[in-house]
Design a binder for this molecule. Structure first.
Ligand code: 6PG
Length: 252
């Protein structure tokens, strides 16, 4: 499906449109299958959106008990550190909404840094989808399941180098074909701390992907990703995002 691109005059209007979009899908999924799975992105752009979701009209109307929050990537810093993606989402949203603790599926970076944290999070994701009945195949070990779970909605950001989540140009994590998550010991951008990231196989299994992009310095890379021939795009990790479902770009 061709990506849908929407340009906004500022971060406020982009964040409100994103909140409305998420609310619509959340209510539909909760009504149809009893739960909604949302992967949050890190960085600064989504922070206004997270704040808006914690305000009316979204606060009273969202099906919070049926929403399960996961992270697309995390910096290997303590959860209360200023650079923690979980920490920012907790401050801006999760601490302000009526959400059961079990609905927060945080990346346990305090166990690392190391590849074992990525495997732990893969197990967390597979266990959730197994328990939620999405994947009913009996399996002695969750990780043996080869199928890739489909998240309802994945939020992604974009760096001016074309990175998304913690998938940086030229990083081996981009080549991962089997695992849902990967360890990134040397990220290509600050904060230069090891990262845990979801991989392209997981991203590309999603029903919906929403890129939230702000900053004039990213205009050129967006134009390249959206308009240049595929053959020239290998260097941009975000250009390799082709999910099963729809991709939307909200840009300001
Ligand atoms: C991270 C993010 C990263 C982010 C982009 C854009 O943890 O760093 O997941 O991929 O989305 O770097 O960041 P800004 O929104 O701050 O420009």
């Amino acid at each position: 499906m061709n990506p849908e691109i929407k340009y906004f005059p500022d971060l406020e209007s982009l964040s409100l449109a994103a909140a409305r979009f998420i609310a619509q899908i959340a209510k539909k999924c909760a009504a149809e299958k009893g739960f909604f799975t949302l992967i949050l992105s890190g960085g600064s752009t989504p922070r206004r959106l997270y704040e808006r979701l914690s305000w009316p009209p979204f606060l009273p109307e969202m099906p919070w008990p049926q929403i399960h929050f996961f992270w697309g990537d995390e910096r290997c810093v303590p959860p209360d550190h200023k650079d923690s993606n979980y920490g920012l989402a907790f401050l801006d949203l999760l601490s302000k909404i009526p959400l059961p603790e079990k609905n927060i599926h945080r990346i346990p970076v305090e166990k690392g840094p190391g590849p074992e944290v990525a495997l732990d999070y893969e197990k967390e994701i597979r266990t959730f989808f197994h328990r939620s009945g999405v994947d009913r195949r009996p399996s002695s070990s969750i990780v043996e399941i080869k199928s890739i779970p489909a998240f309802d909605l994945i939020l992604l950001g974009l760096g001016k180098d074309g990175h998304t989540a913690s998938l940086f140009p030229g990083d081996p994590a981009l080549k991962e074909e089997k695992h849902l998550t990967a360890y990134v010991p040397e990220p290509g951008q600050s904060p230069v701390v090891p990262r845990i990231t979801m991989t392209l196989p997981l991203i590309n299994q999603a029903d919906q992907v929403l890129f939230l992009v702000s900053g004039a310095e990213k205009k050129e890379v967006i134009q390249s990703i959206l308009h240049r021939p595929k053959s020239e795009l290998d260097r941009y990790p975000a250009a390799q995002v082709h999910p099963k479902g729809m991709v939307r770009w909200f840009v300001c």
